[in-house]
Design a protein around this ligand. Sequence first.
Ligand SMILES: [Zn+2]
Length: 223
Amino acid sequence: MGFIKSIINILFPGEYICLFCRENSSGKENPKYICTSCMELLEVVNREANLELPDVEKIYYSLLYNKFIRKKFHAFKFQGKSYLYKPFGEILIDTIKIKNIDNKVQAITFVPAHRRKEALRGYNQSELLARYIAKRLDITLLDNHIIKIRWTTDQNKLGRVERKNNLKDSFKAINIEDFKGKEILLIDDIITTGTTMKECSKALVEKGAKKVYGLALTSSMKV
Ligand SMILES: [Zn+2]
């Protein structure tokens, strides 16, 4: 069986390869793009974040922010490894299923990047995740509904207090008719203070969204 797997990997590189290490096979029986060695390095928690935000029903995150994830996350966000949306998307889908979120929401959206920033990076990692999940779970994707109206300093370059004010009123919801009265799942990559989730949810709820659930891959908050 191992021999056949190797042949398959040679003939169809990438088909069963683990996208985290690009070395081991993820196995035909594991369509999640993650090999067993990398799987062991993940600390899956599927946890509800301990945050009280006015316009967010609940916020969840999938993984602990450990050394392995910090590295992979950095590659995904800053080093052009956009294909990591696949294993990361699968991890988020597991959380969605376990927390039964897919039966509560009617649409999915994501934290937008400012156009200039997205142009520099080539993609918005949160959008790639949301797009993948929407397709896999057959949920409507809202892909032009939150816009960033102010250019803001990267959250990770600011102190705690500055972060809270930095994003205030920097998002606006548009194309309101598509989500009015709906419950929406909002995808972000990481929870740092919850401010991004808070501001995006506020923008949606102000324009008529019924409820917003937040989901991120990981959280760097101290708990
Ligand atoms: Zn691996």
